[in-house]
Design a protein around this ligand. Structure first.
Ligand SMILES: [Zn+2]
Length: 548
């Protein structure tokens, strides 16, 4: 007995950009069982046998489903709180929220949220806060006391590395006292905390008070669904959650939701090395690998070496910050990173490491070099995330050690002006997120949004890498600009490669998953300055069609 052959669907498109150099363009793609049977002309594909011709995309452009190699599921979860960012932003339902350009506007938005839930004891939470745009004005607990003196109020910075809270929140967390000596908890003239908390260690107790635990942020059902909506709007068919706790509860939620026929994105959560030992993390990653499904890819680890440059918590090499700010923080002890790398290589577990400052990058390279001597591991696919300040010499080391890089191209637009003026100065700002150097030194590279730090949208990220424009309109580091073709490669195959998934996704070719980004405009013929304006219709993921 043989079962009937599964149906073949052939999509006709205005144009198909395949990212496969041997057949870069096509007009038709055949799909069977959620996978690509072939791509070419209708005549090429007819040989596969009886099929149905679907012409709904006949006037549109298909390209490989976009891959976001550095995002967080909390990009979906955070929308239930008050958006406090400087730039306008679209929510999962497509509604555009205005930016708050002053501290007073942020306080007003939070007061509105407080009033809407007045009488409740629940915390008032904001996110996307970016006081670097307010000049030298710092936010203190007194500012947030204007929102409420009774309820806990907390505002998470856009970088994700700093939290501002009011007096009531400090009191609830037992931190409204003198004689606190912690590098992440600055004190005011009265000896009490100012309400600013820097780094996971200092923010941790307050996250608990505000309900912002990482297991909640990345394991919440409504948030995971909202993230799926954001992905479809951005043309994304595979996305990472780059700092997941992956406890049994979060894991079962993820397994259940991603198995739903209507869930539109393949998720790749990386287990974060925070609050667990390297030994526990590697053992858990090995265990998680066994739970892999088509739509949920497990078994990788994320290490966070330092903080953020605009929050002055990144670790910089000499001569440090341009404005003289003291050097940043090690989020993970150097010896812990070395131990993690060694164990991970031993067990074939892939590690991605957040390094913002160049001292953190240097440390990660030193640790990997030592670990590789103990456990030589061809094709380990270790990847540096952000790696914003690496110089050419570090890229050559990366190439020699076989480590890839996922650069934070969106930073040029959102913080480039500040990097030039304040954090690292004009010279180093021009070489930040050095896509061209990565390409020219042969380091495998991708680019990312780090959503919700900046908005999920790989075509916008590609525009950033191509044009390197800051918010004020300055081209920052023209020598590091890349071509549209290179940028499109970075948001498809480049990101897929960083996840070791390039055998399955990242291009439209025979045998790969039927993951497409459906566009109303052609990114290859639009002028490079308008790449971010390409209209996204939706996606096809595993052969299922999702309209934004
Ligand atoms: Zn991140």
């Amino acid at each position: 007995m043989s079962s009937p052959a599964p149906a073949i669907l052939i999509y006709a498109a205005g144009k198909i950009i395949t990212m496969n150099p041997s057949r870069p363009q096509a007009t038709h793609v055949a799909v069977r069982d959620g996978r690509i049977l072939g791509v070419g002309t209708l005549a090429d594909l007819a040989g596969w046998g009886p099929h149905t011709l679907d012409e709904r995309f006949a006037a549109q452009v298909l390209m490989p489903g976009l891959v976001e190699g550095h995002s967080h599921l909390m990009a979906g979860t955070l929308w239930r709180y008050t958006y406090c960012g400087c730039f306008e932003l679209r929510d999962p339902d497509g509604r555009l929220w205005p930016g708050a350009a002053t501290l007073d506007a942020v306080v007003a938005a939070l007061r509105e949220a407080e009033a809407a839930t007045s009488g409740q004891a629940t915390p008032v939470v904001g996110w996307g806060f970016d006081p670097i745009y307010f000049g030298s004005q710092r936010c203190t607990r007194a500012d947030l006391d204007r929102v409420s003196t009774q309820r806990a109020v907390g505002v998470l910075h856009a970088s994700g590395h700093i939290l501002n809270v009011n007096t009531a929140a400090l009191e609830l967390a037992g931190l409204l006292r003198t004689e606190i000596a912690h590098p992440g908890i600055p004190l005011g003239a009265d000896g009490l905390p100012t309400g600013e908390l820097k780094g996971p260690d200092a923010m941790g107790p307050l996250f608990g008070q505000l309900g912002l635990t990482r297991s909640f942020l990345s394991g919440d059902e409504a948030g995971i669904r909202a993230f799926g909506q954001l992905a479809v709007r951005a043309g994304v068919t595979t996305a990472t959650d780059l700092a997941a706790t992956l406890g049994d509860d979060e894991l079962s939620t993820l397994l259940r939701l991603t198995a739903e026929p209507g869930y539109p994105v393949r998720l790749v959560p990386l287990l974060r090395l925070i609050g667990i030992t390297p030994k526990e993390a590697v053992a858990r990653a090995v265990q998680l690998r066994e739970r892999n499904t088509e739509q949920l890819r497990l078994g990788r680890i994320k290490v966070v070496a330092d903080g953020s440059i605009q929050g002055f918590s990144a670790r910089l090499r000499w001569p440090g910050y341009y404005n003289g700010a003291p050097n940043g923080l090690w989020y993970t002890a150097p010896e812990t990173i070395r131990e993690c790398y060694t164990l991970a290589l031993q067990h074939g577990v892939q590690v991605h490491t957040h390094t913002n400052g160049d001292e953190a990058t240097e440390l990660a390279l030193d640790c990997l070099q030592a670990a590789l001597r103990q456990h030589p591991s061809p094709d380990h696919r270790f990847t540096l995330q952000h790696c914003q300040l690496a110089d050419a010499a570090q890229f050559h080391r990366m190439r020699a050690l076989g480590i890839g890089v996922n650069l934070f191209a969106n930073h040029h637009f959102y913080w480039g002006d500040q990097h030039r003026a304040t954090t690292v100065g004009p010279e180093r700002a021009e070489r930040m997120n050095a896509c061209r150097t990565a390409r020219d030194t042969g380091v495998p590279w991708a680019i990312h949004s780090d959503a919700p730090i900046t908005p999920l949208g790989p075509l916008f990220t590609a525009w950033c890498a191509v044009n390197r424009l800051t918010a004020s309109g300055r081209v920052l580091g023209a020598d590091e600009c890349v071509s549209v073709a290179d940028a499109l490669q970075a948001i498809t195959l480049g990101a897929a490669r960083s996840l070791h998934l390039d055998g399955e996704i990242g291009s439209i070719e025979c045998g790969k998953r039927a993951d497409f980004c459906v566009l109303d405009d052609d990114p290859e013929s639009i002028t490079p300055e308008r790449l971010k304006d390409v209209r996204i219709w939706g996606t096809v993921q595993g052969g299922r069609v999702f309209q934004a």
